[in-house]
Design a protein around this ligand. Sequence first.
Ligand code: SF4
Ligand code: SF4
Length: 444
Amino acid sequence: MKYSKYNIFSNIRDSENFFIINLLTGNADILNKAEAEKLQLIRSGAIVPDSDFMAEVTEKGYFIDENEETSLYRKKYLDFIDSREKDEIQIFFVTNYSCNFACTYCYQDQYTNSPHELSDEIIDAFFSYVGKEFSGRKKYITIFGGEPLLNSPKQKEHIKQILKRAKESNLEVSFVTNGYSLEDYSEILAAGKIREIQVTLDGTEDMHNSRRFLKGGGGTFDRIVRGVDACLKNQIDINLRMVIDKDNIDNLPGLARFAIEKGWTKSRFFKTQIGRNYELHHCQSSPDKLFDRVSLYESLAEIIKLHPHIPEFYKPAYSVAKFLSENGELPDPLFDSCPACKTEWAFDYTGQIYSCTATVGKSDESLGSFYPTVTRNTTAIENWESRDLTSIPECRDCSVQLACGGGCGSVAKNRTGNICSTDCRPVKELLEMGFSAYIEINKA
Ligand code: SF4
Ligand code: SF4
């Protein structure tokens, strides 16, 4: 019996206690100081005269036979691959890279707009490619930009056409929009099969307007709020995203209060997410304003302690801690956290195919075309498809691998030039915070 290499063991933040989780065997425990010491002693090879404790840590797979562990890993890996083959595919379609906003942190601001324009012919080619390539798979479409809901007659016709074609193919459609023209699209959206609309508000009015303003200036907050109201009234799901950095994090309590007072958080059509503002492809003008993952979640934990109404609006996941506290069990092991070319693809109006939203529009990342002719760069596609924990050498002996999943392939490639390299997640630190915020509190 040896100490499992998939144990994640550490102390719970602001507590005397420790936690241990093992995503391969699906067990999680809180240990007091004496138990944690016993565990460490056994790990170092000492004989501990406590047969009950020994039996329990062995039964839970914290100590395990090496061969048994290898075969369990293989079995769970195959289960993961099997189940992913049945998963739904999210297919992004970029209708344009242009935008009516000039957000301070936009990562697409250096993209050049192609002289091509979207046409019915390109929309037809997109649906015909999707129908053929992903036939028999569950799937849905997400319209992305730039800003896809620009308030022009031509753009409205394109969106109508996309919604019509999607309906004919029995596909739901989501939108990622800045939300400025949502109200103007009410009728068009009402005629489609809409799954969800993702809209961004970066804070309450003044804060939001100082970060997400119109090209040429002008606030956008009021119109977005009216758009969210209209969608919720029409029972269209809203996924409200706040992009956070050090400039606006203190406004989270204010935005949470605003959403609660509007009644949004009571709606079953409303959910939220927090996006970390980070350097995706090029340096931000002020990188010192950005959080890394640990400091973002540390700041969130502090702010939530001071403003206990925030969880009604948003609850951080802290790796698998929120899942564990809400479901009473761990999620399945995550052998791959990057869906690119597996359950995610991206297409744009110039006819190009990409791995996902992080690469879409970067011509050197194109994986082929669906228009005017169908071409596929099979070597590049296979490279993306092969990315998981088993193809990233550094991940093989990493104890947090089954919670991390190897991170983002695009971030990894930007860092090392190689898709099959690491984008490490601070799993242990996040769990230290998460056990403190959600699990130990409930146990007390
Ligand atoms: S490369 Fe990154 S952004 Fe793209 S699908 Fe993978 S994890 Fe997501
Ligand atoms: S990316 Fe880093 S943290 Fe994640 S599994 Fe691989 S080595 Fe571990």
